[in-house]
Write a protein that binds this ligand. Structure first.
Ligand SMILES: [Zn+2]
Ligand SMILES: [Zn+2]
Length: 336
């Protein structure tokens, strides 16, 4: 019974905790931004805007329905697995003691710096490290054949809703949860080591101010059918909702573009930046012609494991062939 209540509280936390992406205030502000965009840019009336935002065809589509189911299942899986994952505090403590063993680093070497500078530096560092680590792991998810089967679950959505952010394979969820623990631990331990105990964050409602601003300015619109585009220059710095929607496009020319989460700078540096296009010109999903299967939960949860297994087996076979080749040659030579 206790587990059931824990589960319910985990679910409700997603909507009432400002640290979570779908905190209800962020959703309300996203709706406001979308309405203003439709009214002032697309010249729709208020009623037409609201009808377009709450499009039944999107929110009751097979794809969206599978998003909702995955959300409830994954919350349960994360709740059951998180006690077994290495904790942020453990990593931070280990790193803190590791820094003491390095001769070229002195504990508290910058602790004369004014507190305000330290807090600002820490707030920026934590945000940038977090965003970069999301970018790099997302990039690996696409580029490494062993990870792509997992990430394909997210890309199998043929429409985007704010709940699509939860449409991930649970193993990808675990990878990203470990990523978060590691990046937080790295920033906290290195700052406490170098700057002393004055380390703190600039926050709003307990959230890093930059993350809060990202969430306020419509992070939920990235997974939506509302293709808000930024100016070209700004799309070099921040990923616009339409740029992430393009990341979900089925078109070959859009493959492996816009891995960024908040900052577009990483894509710009790594050569994967693509400017947004009109949302209406995009077809979303993955091109494997198994559309019905993309909404079948059994397929979404187990197919990635089968594909990874096949991949590992084929690699092992190749390694075995390479090792066995000299022996096989010798055998044939002896025979002839
Ligand atoms: Zn992706
Ligand atoms: Zn996405």
């Amino acid at each position: 019974m206790e587990i059931f209540f824990d589960y319910l509280s985990n679910i409700s936390d997603q909507f009432i905790d400002p640290k979570k992406r779908i905190f209800f205030i962020y959703i309300l502000i996203s709706i406001l931004i979308a309405s203003l965009w439709f009214i002032f840019i697309k010249k729709l009336t208020l009623l037409e805007s609201l009808r377009t935002i709450f499009d039944k065809k999107i929110f009751f589509s097979k794809s969206a329905k599978s998003d909702y189911k995955i959300f409830f299942i994954n919350q349960l899986i994360m709740m059951l697995t998180s006690p077994f994952l290495v904790a942020q505090l453990t990593i931070a403590t280990a790193l803190y003691y590791y820094f003491h063993t390095l001769d070229w680093l002195n504990s508290g070497m910058f602790n004369q710096l004014p507190v305000n500078y330290v807090i600002l530096l820490f707030t920026v560092f934590q945000f940038v490290l977090d965003d970069f680590s999301k970018f790099i792991i997302h990039r690996w998810m696409h580029k490494w054949p062993i990870l792509w089967p997992l990430h394909k679950v997210h890309h199998s959505a043929s429409v985007l809703t704010p709940m699509t952010v939860f449409r991930t394979h649970p193993i990808e969820g675990i990878i990203f949860s470990l990523r978060s623990s590691f990046t937080q631990a790295i920033s906290i331990s290195s700052f406490i080591f170098l700057f002393g105990s004055s380390v703190d964050l600039y926050t709003i409602l307990g959230v890093n101010i930059f993350v809060f601003l990202f969430n306020i300015f419509g992070s939920n619109l990235r997974h939506s059918h509302i293709g808000i585009r930024y100016w070209r220059w700004l799309e070099h710095i921040l990923i616009s909702p339409a740029q992430h929607q393009l990341h979900h496009s089925i078109a070959v020319k859009h493959y492996d573009k816009n891995f960024g989460s908040t900052l577009a700078i990483w894509d710009w540096i790594f050569g994967s930046l693509h400017h947004s296009v009109e949302f209406e010109t995009l077809k979303l999903g993955i091109n494997n012609n198994k559309y019905e299967k993309n909404y079948d939960l059994k397929y979404l949860y187990f197919q990635p494991i089968n594909e990874i297994n096949d991949y590992i087996v084929s690699k092992l076979k190749k390694v075995k062939n390479i090792i066995m080749k000299p022996f096989l040659k010798g055998k044939y030579l002896n025979e002839s």
